[in-house]
Design a protein around this ligand. Structure first.
Ligand SMILES: NC(=O)c1ccc[n+]([C@@H]2O[C@H](COP(=O)([O-])OP(=O)(O)OC[C@H]3O[C@@H](n4cnc5c(N)ncnc54)[C@H](OP(=O)(O)O)[C@@H]3O)[C@@H](O)[C@H]2O)c1
Length: 277
């Protein structure tokens, strides 16, 4: 298997990478922090280390995403499994170098661009898969397509996060609309409520609730199980585009199944990223 994974330097992504790399011919470590990527590679056993290839990428910077794709094209002739795992919730509104709201850029736009640019390499695989790490938080999404970037209304970190986790599922289903009949398997998932670095960039009520929930949280190793299952298992065609929880298909919110919403998201995303696509 040739694997590409975003966010492998922490939490769920790190455990997903460690579990999958023994089965990999090569594993592309798509990470923004070279020190963390180096430390991660050094934790692997000496026989696995040569399989790990660090590709610098900042999903909040679209030039960095296109550069990463250029480097990937030099390293591999195809990709079998792409896991779009990186993500986060951010307390205060931040705007990226490309003038995108940070939550939307990291969790959705960066992965939208990466996946689209990697599609030729995925299509060279016999049975390519794209796995998008979403969340049950998608059920609280209330996306306002007239103001996706909080330019008009007040920013809410949880609302911004819930929206992008809905977008992860909508994007999954759009990929099936576009590439499913050409053999691409695409899945979204909820990893569980996991004790990782997630939520560390928050304060106030969310941070308090998150802290209170800590004793009930699962470990990153447990949280990686569904991503690992989807990467390793041959999934029945009838489940293409599905949302999974605890390695089983789970019905997402009604918004997540809306073709109108996913077509709108695709159109808006493509328009915002036209310069890089
Ligand atoms: N934890 C939970 O309870 C939970 C629940 C549902 C869904 N999820 C989802 O699970 C995924 C993994 O989260 P986690 O819990 O493992 O959190 P985590 O420990 O904070 O890991 C997040 C990963 O994303 C990377 N990342 C963040 N911003 C990035 C950027 N601009 N460019 C490139 N990489 C970036 C981080 O890199 P650095 O190491 O450099 O910071 C890190 O590797 C996320 O998509 C999250 O939304 C988590």
């Amino acid at each position: 298997m040739i694997l590409a994974i975003t966010g492998p330097t922490s939490g769920i992504g790190s455990e997903t990478l460690k579990a999958l790399i023994p089965d990999c011919e090569k594993a592309l470590i798509l990470a923004r922090n070279p020190k963390k990527a180096k430390t991660l590679i050094e934790t692997l056993s000496s026989d696995l280390q040569p399989k790990a290839i660090f590709i610098p990428i900042d999903l909040a910077d679209m030039d960095s995403v296109t550069k990463a794709v250029g480097l990937i094209q030099k390293e591999v002739a195809n990709i079998d499994v792409l896991i779009n795992n990186a993500g986060g919730i951010f307390q205060n509104k931040e705007v990226t170098v490309d003038d995108f709201e940070l939550t939307y850029a990291v969790n959705h736009l960066g992965h939208f661009l990466l996946t689209n640019l990697l599609m030729p390499l995925l299509q060279k695989s016999k049975s390519p898969k794209v796995i998008n790490v979403s969340s049950e938080a998608h059920r609280a999404a209330r996306p306002d397509f007239n103001d996706l970037q909080y330019k008009k209304k007040d920013y809410s970190s949880f609302n911004a996060y819930a929206n992008v986790k809905l977008f992860n599922i909508l994007f999954t289903k759009s990929l099936v609309d576009r590439y499913g009949d050409q053999g691409l398997g695409t899945y979204a998932l909820h990893p569980g409520v996991v004790k990782s670095n997630f939520g560390m960039d928050t304060s106030g009520v969310f941070k308090l609730l998150w802290k209170l929930a800590t004793p009930f949280m699962i470990t990153p190793k447990q949280g990686a199980k569904t991503s690992i299952f989807l990467a390793k298992t041959k999934i029945n065609k009838s489940l293409n585009g599905y949302y999974f929880k605890k390695s089983k298909p789970k019905k997402p919110s009604s918004q997540a199944s809306s073709k109108k919403l996913r077509d709108r998201l695709w159109e808006v995303s493509e328009k915002s990223l036209a310069k890089w696509m």
